[in-house]
Design a binder for this molecule. Structure first.
Ligand SMILES: Nc1ncnc2c1ncn2[C@@H]1O[C@H](COP(=O)(O)OP(=O)(O)OP(=O)(O)O)[C@@H](O)[C@H]1O
Ligand SMILES: [Mg+2]
Length: 246
């Protein structure tokens, strides 16, 4: 029996600060785990150790049994983990098609010379976005001109297009308007149904309870507890975030 993702005894020290202490959890395909916790609890540090941005001080991460620890962010992404940040997700000056293929651009040869195959990339982007129910006013406009929700949606389309087995979202809706928040939460639900594993970081309790199959609460770098939404309450989760022992 092997999980999609296994996080084992992750530790991260920044100088004298033990930001993450002995964090372990598993994730199954199609499952959404929410990492909850107060500011500075260690949530982003945990996901950065999964996505290859930080090397753990100790501990391991495996995807379908393959060790990811020590790989570069690019290698982790190629292994099937797409990490989506509110601001870092997209290249502003490029259209959705080029963003879809960012770092993996399609070229075609004309008279033996490689040219970016913009049409194929745009058509692919349009097709993936249509499948996901995403609409953008002008698919050839740079993403700079798009709303926060549309940008998130394009980043999610990229995860779907490259068949990421696991998508990590760090506060995806924090800066969005209400309709865009709903759109992102609906996309998360659709990806789950396709068997994609999701790690979601959120401070928003209604979002947490709507999306999570399991809620893992971090407090001062340690796992304060783990609950299914149907066996806990807002009050208990908040208490755990505050580091109260149960
Ligand atoms: N690059 C870094 N260098 C030094 N300390 C860091 C670094 N990144 C995070 N920390 C520290 O690690 C701890 C956990 O930070 P982290 O960003 O993981 O928190 P978080 O749970 O994501 O908080 P938030 O909800 O505010 O985003 C904090 O004490 C923070 O100051
Ligand atoms: Mg954070």
């Amino acid at each position: 029996m092997s999980a999609l993702l296994e996080v084992r005894n992750l530790n991260k020290r920044f100088g004298g600060n033990e930001a993450v202490k002995d964090v372990s959890f598993d994730l199954e395909p199609g499952e959404c785990v929410v990492l909850a916790g107060d500011n500075g609890a260690g949530k982003s540090t945990v996901i950065k150790m999964i996505s290859g941005v930080y090397a753990p001080t100790s501990g391991t991460v495996t995807l379908r049994g393959d060790v990811l620890t020590g790989k570069t962010p690019e290698a982790v992404r190629n292994a099937g983990i797409e990490t989506i940040y509110q601001d870092l997700a997209l290249a502003d000056n490029l259209d959705p098609g080029l963003n879809l293929y960012l770092g993996r651009e399609r070229t075609r040869r004309i008279l033996g010379l490689p040219f970016l195959d913009r049409k194929t990339m745009r058509d692919d982007a349009a097709r993936v976005m249509k499948t996901l129910g995403i609409t953008v006013p002008d698919p050839s406009a740079p993403v700079r001109e798009m709303s926060g929700g549309q940008r998130q949606a394009i980043a999610l389309a990229r995860a779907v297009h490259w068949k990421a087995g696991l998508v990590i979202l760090d506060e995806p809706t924090a800066a969005l308007g209400v309709p865009e928040q709903r759109e992102v939460m609906a996309l998360i639900e659709r990806m789950k149904q396709q068997g994609v594993g999701i790690i979601l970081i959120s401070h928003n309790l209604p979002d947490i309870f709507a999306a999570a199959d399991r809620i893992i609460v971090l407090a001062r770098g340690v796992v304060a507890g783990e609950r299914r939404p149907d066996e806990t309450s807002d009050e208990e989760i908040v208490r755990m975030m505050m580091g109260a022992t149960l």
